[in-house]
Design a protein around this ligand. Structure first.
Ligand code: G6P
Length: 609
């Protein structure tokens, strides 16, 4: 978490840094700060609160000059405060540094530095690195940063400037993401490509243990021993507009509405009506290897975990392979047993989530083949995997994940169908029907979006409830979990996702007139059982909203409200089912006046364990 930017060039650094930080605010928004070389002096401004507080301060009292570095914080060590905000200073306030990540041995380092007389002004782990750079500084900032990095264990992305070298910025990366953007007579540092895309489409993506010396006209890359490295710049494949709101009030709203287009992009060249097989360019396993898989283990965090729940279901159902899904943090806590021919599939939007990444490394170490479903191209999880199939969501900025989720489900489904094709585990006609259903998904999702006004009315009706239950069964269980997560994370309504069959073992005690239930009741294998659960809720005076196929007239007699979705094969239904649930959460949160794109305490990319 935390976002970093840096600018060197002829423009006012604070303006570029603020614009970049706005695009990185999804990484954290507890406090923000900048340090700028202004008229030969290092000037620092940092403010607790959202970025706007810093922006207002800079507008009232601008800071001229460049280079400059900026930071938006998600607090780990030390509560949000001006003092704990970055940048941190050292070496007689000559050196300023911003950091994303965690220095695990900071306590030990801090003790050593204090014994040498360093005075600490914050409770952060970051200040330790600033003092270490100060300790090793002998007129060469790059050398000092490389030396300081050797003492640090953990994860970091750093940007550093120094009053004695006013024409240089240093960037360093270990485990936390960092890119260097290439301009004309100016250059940029940022936590991700989003932040620099309006300025350039050419970036160096730093690898672990890489350092960059950035001046106005030059970017030089170095390895951990200070040796020069050459690499090709990466060309960002989407334009700057993709990272804007494009007329929508909130990123989340824009991202929900982008889903039909993103599904088309994710399907392009992979599935189309009439195609005899799915073609997944990232899946590099041979047919023999696919046939040998004896166990599939989906691993992820948050929303991506719910996509993994769906992945587990369809993989087992279609490919006939015993499949499981695990929270990455729990998997690691368990020291899992990995048998031969296990395929682990890591699901992640950012490709940077610390628990998912560490889980991947452990599974790989234990001999699993690693596949991944990732959105951010070339991110750490993609790079550490044996193969990756990308979701083509483009940038997702709203903290609550929407389009990434439906695309993760879609890719998991395509993988399951592909495995079934290769393994011959399902009749050809059934697979053909699924491929056709998949090809029709953009239209099905478009149809659910056209129904937004009805969702607004429902959200208005239910906005005052503080408790709610989402029920799903079978293939819809993950949908219920994800529906509840969406609602709770942006509207702060207490929402629980539950397997409908488990309701009578506990949650039924919650049913009362002041708690409503959202039941996923698409016709199929478990429809009758779900109707039974709905009756149990109604018998206890609970209100029920059902998500059901639009041609299902019966359901209306059993529930208070129906959210209709177009009819698709049952196994595919979780994709269109989720879209109105995303809209419902969005509009409930809007009616309740919450900050939808930046919900309290959350960050989009969780790079701490
Ligand atoms: C955070 C985000 C979630 C996301 C989860 C996993 O909690 O707020 O939206 O699902 O991290 O992130 P990943 O990038 O690995 O999908």
């Amino acid at each position: 978490m935390c976002g970093i930017v840096g600018y060197i060039g002829g423009r006012r650094a604070t303006e570029i840094c603020l614009a970049g930080l706005r695009r990185l605010e999804y990484r954290g928004y507890d406090s923000a700060g900048v340090a700028v070389m202004s008229k030969g002096k290092l000037v620092v401004r940092k403010k607790v609160g959202k970025l706007q507080v810093l922006a207002d301060s800079l507008e009232a009292e601008p800071i001229e000059g460049a280079p400059g570095i900026g930071h938006t914080r998600w607090a780990t060590h030390g509560k949000p405060s001006d003092a704990n905000s970055h940048p941190h200073l050292a070496c007689g306030d000559k050196i300023a540094l911003v950091h994303n990540g965690i220095i695990e041995n900071y306590a030990e380092l801090k003790e050593q530095l204090m014994a040498r007389g360093c005075v600490f002004r914050s409770e952060t782990d970051t200040e330790v690195i600033a003092h270490l750079v100060g300790k090793y500084y002998e007129g060469d900032l790059l050398a000092a940063v490389i030396r300081a990095a050797k003492d640090c264990e953990g994860a970091y992305a750093l940007a550093v400037i120094c009053e004695d070298e006013p024409d240089v910025m240093i960037a360093a990366r270990l485990k936390s993401p960092l890119v260097v953007g290439l301009g004309e007579g100016e250059n940029f540092i940022a936590s991700d490509m989003l932040a620099v895309r309006p300025e350039t489409d050419q970036v160096y993506v730093l690898d672990n243990d890489e350092f960059a010396k950035v001046t106005r006209d030059r970017v030089e890359l170095f390895g951990p021993e200070g040796q020069r490295i050459e690499k090709e710049p990466y060309v960002i494949p989407w334009d700057a507009a993709a990272a804007g709101k494009m007329g929508h009030e909130k990123f989340m709203h824009k991202e929900i509405h982008e889903q039909p287009g993103c599904i088309r992009d994710t399907l392009a060249g992979r599935v189309a009506a009439g195609m005899e097989e799915i073609s997944l360019e990232g899946l590099t396993m041979s047919e023999d290897e696919i046939k040998q898989v004896q166990r599939v283990l989906f691993t992820a965090c948050g929303t991506a975990y719910h996509a993994g729940m769906y992945g587990r279901f369809v993989m087992e159902r279609l490919a006939g392979i015993p499949s499981e899904v695990d929270l990455a943090s729990e998997l690691r806590a368990r020291d899992p047993v990995i048998l031969d021919n296990t395929l682990a599939i890591i699901v992640s939007q950012s490709g940077e989530t610390a628990d998912s990444l560490e889980g991947l490394l452990e599974l790989r170490e234990k001999g699993a083949k690693i596949g991944s479903i990732v959105n951010v191209v070339d991110s750490a999880i993609a790079r550490e995997s044996h193969w990756t199939v990308y979701t083509k969501a483009g940038p997702e900025i709203g903290v609550a994940s929407t389009k990434a989720y439906t695309l993760q489900c879609l890719v998991a489904l395509m993988l399951a169908v592909r495995f079934a094709e290769v393994r011959g585990s399902k009749p050809k006609a059934e697979l053909e029907e699924l491929r056709e259903g998949i090809a029709r998904l953009p239209a099905a999702v478009e149809a659910t979006l056209e129904n937004e006004q009805q969702i607004v009315e429902l959200a208005e009706k239910y906005q005052q409830y503080d408790d709610c239950l989402f029920l799903g069964r079978g293939v819809s269980f993950g949908s219920a979990m994800e529906g509840a997560l969406k609602l709770k994370e942006i509207s702060y309504v207490h929402a629980e996702g539950y397997a409908a069959g488990e309701m009578k073992h506990g949650p039924i005690a919650l049913i009362a007139p002041e708690c409503y239930t959202v039941a996923i009741a698409v016709r199929g294998e478990v429809y009758e059982k779900m109707l039974g659960n709905i009756q149990e809720v109604k018998a206890r005076d609970g209100k029920v909203i059902a998500v059901a196929f639009e041609d299902d007239e019966d359901i209306k007699q059993h529930v208070d409200d129906v959210i209709p979705i177009p009819r698709v094969p049952e196994l595919i239904a979780p994709i269109p089912v989720q879209v109105p649930l995303q809209l419902f959460a969005y509009h409930v949160a809007k009616f309740r006046g919450e900050d939808i794109d930046q919900p309290r305490n959350l960050a989009k990319t969780v790079t701490v364990e």
